[in-house]
Design a protein. Sequence first.
Length: 179
Amino acid sequence: MTSLSNDRMKRDRQLRREEDNHLEQDICIHIFSVSSAMVGVCLTVIGLIRVVITLGTADTLADDFLAADALLFLVSCLLSYWALRSRGLGRMHRLERIADVTFIIAMIGMVVVCALITYTISIPPRRVTAQPVGCLLQQAYKLPSQCGGVGRGTGVGRGLGVGLGLGGDAAQTLKKIGS
């Protein structure tokens, strides 16, 4: 009678292990599929942000952060795949736990990037007035400026400025900097 109860307890433990193993595999499969989908989402949003930046309506670091986030999702995806392929139960649990933590960190990063994109879109872009290159150089080197308004120095250049497409003010400023 005791051996029957011991056999039954062993079978019950074995069944629980198999159920736990099956549950762990289900979690790994979900992390694997969602992580790979999130890599695609990150890459798509990076492309959209680059289009917005190219059009000049906004400038943000969100695409750089999304690239790092895509790498985290890729690491999570690869770790969960490795966990699914591992034969040892202990190794599978460790890899699944690391993949899970990496996935959660990547999701938090995605929320931060979304907040950054929302912040960037909600603030109106600053209007920068175009100034001739000579005026910008004079301001940068704190030289006495003769730039009264936009358009001064944008005409046909003289001397050094002609080859560079710079106005007369730019040529004079470059000569002053060189001496």
